[in-house]
Each structure stands twice: as structure tokens, then as C-alpha cells.
Design a protein around this ligand. Structure first.
Ligand code: ZN
Length: 349
């Protein structure tokens, strides 16, 4: 019985099938077209972001270390490199707030200079460091002829100290490297802009300087690098900027977080970001409280090297660093050191 009924409708079946196939075909083509359109739109939206965040995208990582070091805010991370006792200040200075600086001239944030000075060549791109460039950073403490010195200032910018240092560097026609903190960049963007426009290198010191925040794992370090990078971009109005050079709060070697730092350093390197410590310091985070003391500490740690990376700070309570700087500069000049910044280690333009 079934068989007969089926046979009767055979012709209709055929027609319906034909119609259905056409409908299916048209629907399929429409779907594919829609899909292509959607993909195109998504790509178009993502394009500029992909370019702008080139380095960051590479930096996004999976935490392999699984480390969750106990938090010790004031741990004295020491590193023994070159016998310098490299105690960098913890975040206590960060919250030290406003010390009342009597001078008013320091409050001039941007002196109106809007173009980089002629003697500084800003790279034409800030893409990840190449292997050759990373190797130049590896050799930053190696013998150099002529002698060279990298003046570096951490934990700024602050209105209490940074403008004074910038004024001095400008009058001496010296360029330096500022390892800025993201939260202070956000608070004082005009100062970062000024640093950049006056030819200084803006390097990255993380966002919070709080060990319990930044040293939870490798991801939190990278995240602070990225946040600070974005703060710098916003401050200088240059969305393709990448700081490319990172300094671990407390230095990269020793202390509670040594193994975490070591693992993170390698991850950064694989993504074309160099980490830089120091081989000399003024002791401005060691409790040295006089200009003579700071100067002597600098000479003591720097004098035996032909390539000197000197750690100083432009945090709010470091006005003595500014006051000691003329003597440090004079020492460097009298002893044949050339002043360099991280720009001088890049191979581009
Ligand atoms: Zn610091």
C-alpha cells in the first residue's frame, strides 16, 4: 500500500526536490556572502588596533611560572653586579606625597619646546628590539672606548623634582633616560611629554612599584609594562610608541622574587624588550642624605667602569639628587665620559 502511494506522487516529489535545491543553493550563496561581509568588517575594525598594539599583542603571555611569591613590600632586593649595593627604593617613596619644595621655577612643566632637539634622532619606528639590538643592551656594562655614562632616573615623573632635573640637563645639553612609573605618568603627563620632546629616553619601570601587585606572577609584570606603555603613549601623544626597555622595581637580580624576575626577563626578551639594571648609583635610595655623600657614593661605584649605568631617582623626595647632579656631570666630563641614552643602543632610522 505504501509503495503505491509513493509511486503516485513521484512526479511531485521530483518538482519539489528541484525547487528545494534551488532554494538551498540561493540560501547558501547568501550565507557565504554574508559571512564574507562580516569577516571583512571585523578585519577592518581590527586593523588599526593590530598596528598600534603590535608589541603588546606579542607580549600577552600565559603564566608558566605559576609563582605566587609572598608579598614583601620593603624587601631589599639586592644585586651584586659589580659590587654595587643596589638597593632601590621600594614604594614607600611613592606615597611620600608632597614635600614642600620652596622653589617655584621647578613647576614649569612644559617650557613650550615642541620639537625634539636637533642633536637627538628619534627612531622612525618602535617595533620590537632585534637580536642585534638586544645584544647591545646585554653589553651595556662592557668595556667602552670612548668611555660612556647613562644617567638614569627612576620612579618619576614628579613635579617636586623632575622639572629641576630637566632644566639642568637642558642647560648642560645632556640627554638621559627616565624609567617612569605608569601611575606617575598618568598624574603628570606634561612632564613625560617634556622629557620626550627634549630628547630623553622614556623607559618603563612598571605601573605601581608595589611589589605585592607587580610580582604576583609573570603576567602581572607584563601587564604593568603594558599599562605603563599605554600611559606613555597617551602622555606624549604618540600611539606607536613602545618603551622597549624595562627596569624591574628593585632590580632584576636577587631578593624574594629572583626566580620570577628571571623567568619574566626571558619572556620579555623573547618579545623584543630589553631589561636594564645599573652598575653604579648615587645612593639616593640608600638613605644617603648629603650632597657629598651622594657624590662620593657615585664616584665610589662608577669610577672603575668605562661604561657606567648610574641609578638615580626623581621621586618626590629626591631633591638632593638634583642638587648633586651638577657635580656628577662635572665628574663625568672631567673623566672623559660621553653621555648616552638608550636611543644610542638602537639600530634604526
Ligand atoms: Zn624604582
Amino acid at each position: 500500500m505504501k509503495y503505491v502511494v509513493k509511486g503516485k506522487h513521484k512526479g511531485n516529489h521530483y518538482v519539489r526536490k528541484k525547487v528545494n535545491r534551488r532554494k538551498v543553493f540561493i540560501t547558501l550563496v547568501a550565507c557565504i556572502a554574508l559571512l564574507i561581509f562580516v569577516i571583512c568588517m571585523i578585519n577592518k575594525q581590527n586593523e588599526p588596533v593590530a598596528q598600534v598594539y603590535n608589541v603588546e599583542q606579542n607580549v600577552i603571555i600565559v603564566d608558566k611560572s605559576g609563582e605566587n611569591d609572598t608579598q614583601q613590600e620593603n624587601s631589599n632586593d639586592t644585586k651584586n653586579q659589580n659590587n654595587a649595593q643596589n638597593n632601590e627604593q621600594s614604594n614607600s617613596e611613592q606615597n611620600s606625597g608632597q614635600t614642600n619644595q620652596q622653589s617655584t621655577e621647578g613647576n614649569q612643566q612644559s617650557t613650550g619646546q615642541s620639537n625634539p632637539p636637533q642633536d637627538v634622532v628619534i627612531p622612525n619606528n618602535f617595533s620590537a628590539l632585534t637580536t642585534d639590538e638586544l645584544q647591545r643592551f646585554d653589553k651595556i656594562y662592557s668595556h667602552s672606548d670612548p668611555k660612556r655614562v647613562f644617567l638614569t632616573f627612576d620612579d618619576g615623573p614628579t613635579t617636586q623634582v623632575t622639572p629641576y632635573i630637566l632644566d639642568l640637563l637642558k642647560s648642560e645639553n645632556i640627554k638621559a633616560t627616565f624609567f617612569v612609573l605608569g601611575n606617575r605618568v598618568d598624574a603628570n603627563p606634561a612632564l613625560v611629554k617634556r622629557e620626550f620632546e627634549e630628547g630623553h629616553y622614556i623607559a618603563n619601570h612598571g605601573y605601581t612599584h608595589s611589589y605585592s601587585s607587580i610580582y604576583q606572577n609573570s603576567n602581572t609584570v607584563i601587564d604593568e609594562y603594558n599599562r605603563t606603555n599605554q600611559s606613555i603613549r597617551n602622555a606624549i601623544g604618540k600611539q606607536d610608541y613602545n618603551s622597549l626597555v624595562f627596569r624591574f622595581p628593585g632590580g632584576s637580580v636577587g631578593g624574594t622574587y629572583d626566580s620570577l624576575k628571571k623567568a619574566t626577563k626571558q619572556i620579555l626578551r623573547e618579545r623584543g624588550i630589553a631589561t636594564v639594571d645599573w652598575n653604579a648609583l648615587s645612593g639616593d635610595s640608600e638613605g644617603v642624605k648629603t650632597i657629598d655623600g651622594l657624590y662620593n657614593r657615585f664616584v665610589q661605584t662608577a669610577s672603575s667602569y668605562t661604561s657606567v649605568v648610574v641609578l638615580m631617582h626623581d621621586a618626590a623626595d629626591k631633591i638632593l639628587t638634583y642638587e648633586t647632579l651638577p657635580r656628577i656631570i662635572e665628574y663625568c666630563r672631567n673623566n672623559g665620559y660621553e653621555f648616552k641614552t638608550m636611543y644610542d643602543l638602537l639600530l634604526r632610522n
